[in-house]
Design a protein around this ligand. Structure first.
Ligand SMILES: C[S@@+](CC[C@H](N)C(=O)[O-])C[C@H]1O[C@@H](n2cnc3c(N)ncnc32)[C@H](O)[C@@H]1O
Length: 249
């Protein structure tokens, strides 16, 4: 199916991820590189939640487009009384359920739900996480897709999400491919954002944190400390392959 034909994105992603659920983790997170990327990216999510005092038992957190539980299954280990995971397809949530250790069964609550119509009342969460999702939709659609997360967050609530970076200074080949995809072929999905587009893409959220990730694998030879330095340094954080972004309501 071409990008232009993907008119009904919900149906398309419902079909795609229902089919992919049983192999999703093996394709993404279980290789050596995948598991390293997952632990680094998750750590940045939790750094932002921690910075805004959201890692506390009473805080209510929702993991949106939770999938097989990459973020949610780690969130539950932090002592929360309740964490909510929602996704469009039950097949992805089923994989997450199958990995959930017995002691967290009453903590993690699963909902099959479209993120544009979340079945929760206004201001019912302190924080939200949205991992590996936004690149699936056109940049112009970010406000429409994050609007309902904004609604269910408390005032000053924080959403942590990931955005593919259009500037990929450390990997010129990928930067050229992204540029070609977006500007020459005019493809809207998979979307990549320039850093200066984030403010508009997420309004009315305020962008309060940007951490750079996805530096070329070869840099791991310098150690995790070096990667964390690149991720946070104002000089280099804008040039990784992806951002972990903190947004405040
Ligand atoms: C690439 S996976 C990311 C899963 C997980 N967050 C992770 O980081 O591994 C994208 C997920 O978004 C879900 N999804 C797609 N459209 C959605 C929507 N409108 N509302 C909720 N979830 C959606 C898919 O079912 C899929 O599980």
């Amino acid at each position: 199916m071409s990008t232009e034909q993907k008119k009904d994105l919900n149906q398309y992603y419902l079909d795609t991820y229902t089919k992919e659920a049983s192999v999703y983790d093996q394709r993404r997170w279980t290789s050596k590189g995948g598991s390293k990327a997952k632990s680094l990216r998750n750590a940045y999510f939790f750094d932002i939640l921690r910075k805004y005092n959201l890692i506390q038992p009473e805080k209510k957190i929702i993991d949106v487009a939770s999938g097989t539980g990459r973020v949610a299954l780690e969130l539950v280990t932090f002592g929360y009384k309740k964490v909510v995971a929602c996704d469009l397809t039950n097949a992805m949530l089923d994989v997450s359920r199958s990995k959930l250790p017995a002691q967290y069964k009453d903590i993690l609550e699963y909902h099959v739900a479209d993120m544009k119509k979340l079945p929760f009342s206004d201001a019912s969460f302190d924080g939200a996480t949205l991992g590996a999702f936004l690149y699936l939709i056109p940049l112009e659609e970010y406000p429409a897709y994050t609007k309902d997360i904004h609604r269910v967050l408390q005032k000053d609530g924080i959403l942590v999400c990931e955005v593919m970076n259009q500037l990929h200074f450390f990997n010129p080949f990928k930067a050229v491919m992204k540029f070609w995809h977006r500007h020459v072929r005019g493809k809207k999905i998979k979307s990549h954002a320039y850093p200066w587009e984030l403010k508009k893409a997420f309004a009315p959220f305020e962008v309060v944190d940007i951490i750079g990730t996805d530096f070329p694998a070869v840099m791991t030879i310098f150690g995790d400390g070096f990667l964390r330095f690149l991720s946070r340094s104002p000089l280099t954080k804008y040039f990784g392959g992806r951002f972990v972004v903190g947004l405040k309501k």
